[in-house]
Ligand binder design. Structure first.
Ligand code: NAI
Ligand code: MG
Length: 357
C-alpha cells in the first residue's frame, strides 16, 4: 500500500497510558492510529508500559530505573496523563514526565488549537476562522527549575525559587517558533513580562530580537503576558504562533485551549527537534480524577495528539485523514462527549472517528 514499492512502513511507539482518563483516551487514540495505518499504508508496533501513580503506590517508583533506556529505541512516545489523588503531583511530575522531557531534550512543547466544527467557543460570536493558534512553550528550563530552597520555621519560614534562562535554551525555542511561523505563514508573538521581572525577561526579549532579525519575512511582536491573555479572549483572530517561557506557555496554552472549546480537544507534543531522542506526545489535559472511570472523557484531544505524532513520523496523509475524520465525527451531535454538550461515551466518540476514517 505504501507509495514507494510494496514495503510497509513500521513505526515503533512506546505507550504510557498512565492514570485516570489517560488510560481511556489513549486506548481510543491507538485504535484511530491503527485504523489510519490500514487506510494509509503503515504499521504501528506498540509497546505498552504501566508506569503510573498506581505503580508508585505499589512499588514506590513511578517508573523503573532503566525506564529511559527502555524508551530510547522507540520512534515516539504516546503518553496519556499522570497524576492521581493520593500521590502528590510533584512526585508524579518529577518521577516520570519531567525526567523524560529533560533526558530526551524535548525542549519544545507544542500546543496548537483550532475551533472544531460543532464545538462552541466560550467567546460569543467566534467561529472557526477566528480561533486557530499555536503556543510554543519552552519545556526545559525557565521557572520550572530545581534551584532554590526552603528554610526557617513558623512566621520566619521562607521559600526561594530561582528561574533559569540560558541563551541556548531561549534561542532554540524562539527559533523553532519562527520556523513554524514561516512554514505556516503566521505571525509570531513573544510573551514577556519585562516590566515586572527585571533580569530574565529583558534577557528573553534580547534573544527574541536577535532571532527575529534572521526572519525578516515573518511578522513578529512582543506582548506582556497579562495583556496577551486578555488579547487571546478579546481578539484571538490576530494571533498565530505564541512563544513563551515554561510558565507563561503553560498558562497561555490552557487559556488557548479554553478559547477553542476546552481541554477535551487540546492536543500537545514534547518535541526534540534534532530527533536525537524520541519525542513524546500527550494531550494538554491531565488524568481528570473527577470523571475517571465513568467512560465519558473526550478522546478528541488524545486523538489529535496521536495525529501530531504521525505528523512527526512523516505520515502527512494520515494526519489530514484524522483531522477530517474528527471534524466529521464532531459535526454529528450524537458523537459529542458531555464536555461538548453531548451524551456520547469515550468509546462511542472514538468509534465515530474510526468509522469516518
Ligand atoms: P485535568 O486536565 O485532569 O482536569 C481539569 C478539568 O477538565 C476536569 O474537570 C476534567 O474533568 C476536565 N477534563 C480534562 N480532560 C478532559 C477530557 N478529555 N474530557 C472531558 N473533560 C476533561 O486537570 P487537573 O484536575 O488539574 O489535574 C488532575 C491530575 O492530572 C493531577 O494529578 C495533575 O497533576 C495531573 N495532570 C497531568 C498532566 C499530564 O500528565 N501531562 C497535565 C495536567 C494535569
Ligand atoms: Mg498546564
Amino acid at each position: 500500500m505504501s507509495g514507494s514499492g510494496n514495503e510497509t512502513r513500521t513505526h515503533r511507539i512506546a505507550v504510557i497510558p498512565g492514570d485516570g482518563i489517560g488510560v481511556d483516551v489513549t486506548a481510543e487514540a491507538c485504535r484511530v492510529v491503527d485504523a489510519a495505518g490500514k487506510a494509509y499504508g503503515f504499521d504501528v508496533e506498540w509497546t505498552s508500559y504501566d508506569w503510573s501513580c498506581e505503580r508508585y503506590t505499589a512499588t514506590g517508583r513511578m517508573m523503573p530505573d532503566d525506564a529511559l533506556d527502555q524508551l530510547r529505541p522507540h520512534d515516539a512516545i504516546l503518553l496519556g496523563a499522570v497524576g492521581y489523588p493520593g500521590v502528590p503531583d510533584h512526585i508524579s511530575l518529577w518521577g516520570l514526565l519531567i525526567p523524560i522531557r529533560r533526558a530526551f531534550e524535548q525542549y519544545v512543547n507544542l500546543r496548537p488549537v483550532r475551533l472544531l466544527p460543532g464545538v462552541q467557543s466560550p467567546l460569543a460570536g467566534r467561529t472557526a476562522s477566528d480561533v486557530a493558534m499555536t503556543v510554543v512553550r519552552e519545556n526545559s528550563e525557565g521557572e520550572y527549575s530545581r534551584v532554590g530552597g526552603r528554610q526557617g520555621v513558623g512566621a520566619d519560614e521562607m521559600a526561594i525559587q530561582t528561574s533559569v534562562f540560558t541563551r541556548r535554551g531561549v534561542e532554540r525555542v524562539v527559533r523553532y517558533a519562527f520556523e513554524l511561523a514561516r512554514a505556516q505563514d503566521l505571525p509570531v508573538c513573544s510573551a514577556t513580562k519585562s516590566n515586572g521581572i527585571v533580569y530574565s525577561m529583558p534577557f528573553w526579549d534580547e534573544v527574541f530580537a536577535v532571532v527575529a532579525a534572521d526572519y525578516p519575512d515573518v511578522a513578529s511582536e512582543q506582548c506582556h503576558a497579562d495583556a496577551l491573555a486578555a488579547r487571546m479572549v478579546l481578539a484571538p483572530e490576530r494571533l498565530g504562533i505564541i512563544v513563551g517561557s515554561n510558565l507563561f506557555g503553560d498558562l497561555l496554552s490552557d487559556l488557548s485551549a479554553a478559547v477553542a472549546g476546552g481541554l477535551g480537544i487540546a492536543p500537545a507534543a514534547n518535541i526534540n527537534p534534532e530527533r536525537t531522542y524520541p519525542s513524546m506526545f500527550e494531550a494538554v489535559h491531565g488524568s481528570a480524577p473527577d470523571i475517571a472511570g465513568q467512560g465519558i472523557a473526550n478522546p478528541v484531544a488524545q486523538v489529535l495528539t496521536a495525529a501530531m505524532m504521525l505528523d512527526h513520523l512523516g505520515e502527512a496523509g494520515a494526519v489530514a485523514g484524522i483531522g477530517t475524520a474528527v471534524d466529521a465525527a464532531l459535526t454529528e451531535p450524537a458523537h459529542r462527549t458531555p464536555d461538548l454538550g453531548g451524551r456520547a461515551t469515550t468509546t462511542e466518540c472514538g468509534s465515530a472517528i474510526v468509522a469516518a476514517l
